[in-house]
Design a protein around this ligand. Sequence first.
Ligand SMILES: [Fe+2]
Length: 102
Amino acid sequence: MPDFANPFQGNVHRKMTRDELLRAIRLDIAGELEAIFIYDAHVDATDDPLVKKVIGEIRNEEKAHVGELMTLLRILDPEEAEHFASGEGEVKEMLESLERSG
Ligand SMILES: [Fe+2]
C-alpha cells in the first residue's frame, strides 16, 4: 500500500528492463480495467444525473487508456500481439460460424 505521506515514495532508483516495462504496462492495464469496474459501480449506485455524467465520462476516458496501453503492448511485444491476434481470430471464426448457421 503506498505511503502517500512519504515524499520519497515515488522515487525511482533505476530504469526498468524491457521485461519489467512489459509487466508494468500489463499492471497498468489491470489498473485501468479495475477503475472502469469501480466507476461503473458508482454510476449504477447513484441517481444524481451530474455525477452519472461526470463519472461516466471519466470511465470512458479509462477505456481509451486501455486502448492506448494495449497499443503500446502490441508495439513493444510483437509476440504477445500475435497471441492477441490469435484470440481475435478464434472469436471471429466462431462469429462467422454462428452467422452462417443462423
Ligand atoms: Fe486511466
